[in-house]
Design a protein around this ligand. Structure first.
Ligand SMILES: [Zn+2]
Length: 277
C-alpha cells in the first residue's frame, strides 16, 4: 500500500517540526563559535540563541602581567558568563589600537584607520548571521571610540542591538570596595583579574612601585608618547597591584556578576521597549 502524498507531507512536516523543537530545547554542544559546526550553528541561531559575546583586546605592556591581558580578561569573562546570559562566544580580536604603547617590547598596534572597518565588519557579520543582541566585551580603552562608532552604525543599519562594555569602568565601585581604593591600568584591579585566570603568568618578583605613574591630573593636563609607565594609576597614590590571591578570586567573581547583570538587564529593557526585535 502506498501512502497518499498529503500523508507523506504531513509526516515529513511533523518530523521537521519535531527536529526543530528538539534543537531548540537541547543545550548547545559548545558556546564557542570557533568550535561549533555550521549545521549546529544554523539550528541554534537565531531560533534558540539570539545573543553573542565578542571579546575585543589588545597586545600591549601591562606592568608585570601578560601583554595579552586586554584579550585574555574579556575572553575569560565571556566563558564565565555565556551560559548565564545564554550566548555564544565569538573568537577574540587579540589586537587593538595602542599607538601610545607600541614602543614597549612585544606590543602590536593596529592603526585606527585599519581597525575601524575590521571591527565593524566583524559586528556586521555577526548581525548577518542572525544574532539580535551583540555584546562587545572590550578589554582595552584605546578601542572604545572605534567600537562605539562601529556599534552605532551596525545597530542602525542591521536593526540589531549592540552593547559595548568597558569592564574596568563598569566595575569602578567594585574596585573601590575590594581594594578600598581606586584602580589603574595594570594596577590592582587588572592584575587581580589576571591573577584569577593565569596565576602562573603574574610576576611580582619584577614589580617595583616606581613602575607606576598617575594619569594626567586634571584629565587632559598633558600627553606623553610613549607612555612613561605601563602601570597607569587612575588616581595619584592609589591602584598599586596587591598580588593577593583572595582579592583576585573575589574581584573576578564580582566583576563577572556585574557584567552578566548589565547584559541581562540591557536585553530585558530592549525587549520591553520592543526596539529592533
Ligand atoms: Zn589592560
Amino acid at each position: 500500500m502506498t501512502k497518499a502524498p498529503w500523508i507523506l507531507t504531513a509526516i515529513m512536516t511533523a518530523a521537521t517540526l519535531a527536529a526543530a523543537a528538539a534543537a531548540q530545547t537541547k543545550p548547545p554542544t559548545t558556546r564557542e563559535m570557533a568550535l561549533i559546526c555550521w549545521q549546529e550553528f544554523g539550528e541554534l541561531v537565531p531560533a534558540r540563541v539570539r545573543t553573542v559575546l565578542v571579546p575585543f583586546g589588545s597586545l600591549e605592556p601591562h606592568g608585570v602581567i601578560p601583554n595579552g591581558t586586554d584579550s585574555l580578561a574579556p575572553e575569560a569573562m565571556a566563558r564565565d558568563i555565556a551560559v548565564r546570559v545564554d550566548a555564544l562566544i565569538a573568537p577574540t580580536l587579540n589586537y587593538g589600537v595602542t599607538e601610545a604603547m607600541k614602543a614597549y617590547p612585544g606590543a602590536v598596534s593596529i592603526p585606527a584607520a585599519a581597525y575601524a572597518p575590521f571591527a565593524e565588519a566583524v559586528l556586521d557579520n555577526l548581525a548577518a548571521n542572525g544574532f539580535k543582541n551583540i555584546i562587545v566585551l572590550n578589554g582595552h580603552g584605546g578601542n572604545t571610540a572605534v567600537l562605539n562608532e562601529a556599534a552605532t552604525r551596525v545597530a542602525n543599519a542591521r536593526r540589531v542591538r549592540v552593547l559595548v562594555v568597558n569592564w574596568w569602568t563598569l566595575a569602578d565601585d567594585i574596585t573601590k570596595a575590594v581594594f578600598k581604593e581606586n584602580g589603574g591600568h595594570a594596577g590592582n584591579n587588572e592584575t587581580a583579574y589576571m591573577q584569577a585566570i593565569v596565576p602562573g603568568h603574574i610576576h611580582p618578583e619584577r614589580y617595583k612601585p616606581e613602575m607606576a605613574t598617575p594619569n594626567p591630573a586634571p584629565s587632559g593636563a598633558y600627553y606623553a608618547v610613549p607612555v612613561p609607565s605601563t602601570i597607569l594609576l587612575y588616581e595619584k597614590g592609589q591602584g598599586y597591584p596587591t598580588f593577593d590571591a583572595g582579592q583576585a578570586k573575589e574581584y573576578f567573581r564580582k566583576v563577572n556578576d556585574r557584567v552578566a547583570e548589565l547584559v541581562l538587564d540591557t536585553i530585558k529593557k530592549w525587549d520591553l521597549a520592543g526596539v529592533f526585535k
